[in-house]
Design a protein. Structure first.
Length: 380
C-alpha cells in the first residue's frame, strides 16, 4: 500500500532505524533521532543498489515519487543522479585533516590506524552507497582478532566520518549508528586499587623499597594530587607556582583537552622542593637515559609490584583511592570532587571553563586529603 503524507508526518522515531515502503523501491527511512529521508532501491546489471534521494519533509512525498519515476526511466534530468559522490577515503581524509589540529600526537596515530583499517575495504566505495552490513563486516574482522576495544573505537570513528558526510550533504543517514549493539561485550576490568585499611602498610612498604629518589617522589605526588599518572610524569617546572600554591596543567596534556588547576598543599610542596634538588631539567621527572623525555609509569608500577602488591594496586589506583576517600568522607560536594578529578560534565560548554571553579573548597579538600595521607604514613 502506498504511503500518504499524513503517515509520513506521523512516523515516530524508534530505538532503531526502520523503513516504511511506498512502492516501486521507494521507502521512507526513520532514524532513531527522528530525522527522515527517502531511499530508492533498484537493480543494475543484476546487482541490488540503494541511493538516497533527500530528506523529508524538504523532499516531499510527491517529489520523491517524481524522482523515482525519472530515475526508473533514466531521464538523468536531476542532479541527484548525475553528480558523483566522494569516496569514503576522500571524506575520511577531509574529516581527519579538519580535526587533527585539536588532537594529541598519540590520538592522531590512533585515528590514522582506524582509518587505514577502514580504507582497506571501504576506501574506494562511494560514501553515499556504503551500508551498515558492509561496515559491520569490517568491524567484525577486527573483533575476530580479539581486539574488542579497537573494534569499538574503529566503529566510532567510522560513524564520525559518516556524520561529516551528512553535514556536507553526501548522504542523509549514518549506517554506523546502532552497530555497536552487534559487537561483543567486553568484560570490564576495574583497575586495581587497595582498600583504605591496607594503605598504611602499603605506603610503608613502597617507601622503604630501595628505588631512586625520583621514583619515590613521583609515587607520593601521584598519591597526594589525584591526577592521572601521565599528567604528573609529563609535567614541567614552569607549570608550578609554589609561592601561590598552584599547579596549572595545560589543556594539551589533559584527557578532556581542557586546562586544569591543582591546589598545592604543604606535603606536595615538600615533595616538589626535595625533587628539585635531584636535577635541573625542565621536566619534573626526566627519563634517566633521555632528559627530554619523561620517565615511564612502569618505573612506579615496578616499585608497587616488588613491594608485594602485583595485581592488587596500580598507578591509577591512587586516583581511585582519592575519589573513594573524599567521597566517603561526606565533607565535600560531588561537584567539588568531580571538578578536582577533571571530569567533564555533560554540558561541555558550561565546563569550558573556569579552571579554578570551586577553588576554595578544592583547596580545603586537598589539604584534608594530605592530612589523611600523613596519618597513614605516621601509623606505621
Amino acid at each position: 500500500m502506498s504511503l500518504t503524507d499524513i503517515e509520513c508526518k506521523k512516523a515516530q522515531a524508534q530505538e532503531k532505524i526502520y523503513r516504511i515502503s511506498d512502492g516501486n523501491g521507494l521507502s521512507l527511512m526513520v532514524n532513531s533521532n527522528g530525522s527522515k529521508y527517502w531511499t530508492l532501491r533498484f537493480t543494475v546489471n543484476g546487482q541490488r543498489k540503494t541511493i538516497t534521494l533527500g530528506q523529508y519533509p524538504e523532499l516531499s512525498l510527491k517529489k520523491a515519487r517524481e524522482l523515482t519515476f525519472e530515475y526508473k526511466h533514466q531521464t538523468k534530468q536531476n542532479k541527484i543522479f548525475n553528480e558523483p559522490k566522494p569516496t569514503f577515503r576522500e571524506v575520511g581524509e577531509s574529516w581527519f585533516n579538519n580535526q587533527k589540529e585539536t588532537w594529541s600526537k598519540q590520538h592522531i596515530n590512533n585515528v590514522r590506524a582506524s582509518l587505514n583499517e577502514l580504507y582497506q575495504t571501504l576506501g574506494n566505495a562511494d560514501i553515499s552507497q556504503i551500508t551498515a552490513p558492509e561496515i559491520l563486516k569490517v568491524i567484525k574482522l577486527i573483533e575476530k582478532r580479539g581486539a574488542l576495544e579497537i573494534a569499538k573505537r574503529t566503529l566510532s570513528r567510522c560513524g564520525m566520518v559518516m556524520k561529516f558526510a551528512i553535514a556536507h550533504g553526501y548522504r542523509y543517514d549514518n549506517p554506523a549508528n546502532d552497530l555497536v549493539y552487534a559487537l561483543k561485550s567486553q568484560k570490564v576490568k576495574n583497575l586495581a586499587s587497595l582498600p583504605v585499611s591496607e594503605i598504611p602498610t602499603f605506603l610503608a612498604k613502597v617507601r622503604s623499597y630501595p628505588s631512586d629518589a625520583q621514583t619515590h617522589h613521583a609515587l607520593m605526588l601521584i598519591m597526594l594530587t589525584g591526577v592521572r599518572v601521565s599528567e604528573l610524569l609529563q609535567a614541567k617546572w614552569d607549570e608550578f607556582d609554589l609561592k601561590e600554591r598552584i599547579w596549572d596543567i595545560p589543556e594539551e596534556r589533559m584527557k578532556n583537552r581542557l586546562p586544569h588547576r591543582v591546589p598545592l598543599t604543604d606535603m606536595m610542596i615538600q615533595e616538589l622542593e626535595a625533587l628539585r634538588l635531584t636535577h635541573n631539567q625542565d621536566l619534573l621527572f626526566p627519563h634517566r637515559l633521555d632528559n627530554k623525555a619523561p620517565m615511564r609509569s612502569e618505573s612506579i608500577l615496578q616499585v608497587i609490584k616488588r613491594s608485594g602488591y602485583q595485581g592488587r594496586m596500580t598507578t591509577h589506583g591512587f586516583r581511585s583511592l582519592f575519589s573513594t576517600v573524599v567521597n566517603e568522607s561526606n565533607l565535600f560536594s560531588a561537584d567539588v570532587i568531580e571538578r578536582q578529578l577533571a571530569h567533564v560534565p555533560k554540558n561541555r560548554i558550561r565546563a569550558a571553563y573556569n579552571r579554578a571553579q570551586y577553588w576554595d573548597e578544592r583547596v580545603k579538600m586537598m589539604d584534608w586529603y594530605s592530612e589523611q595521607t600523613r596519618k597513614w604514613l605516621d601509623s606505621k
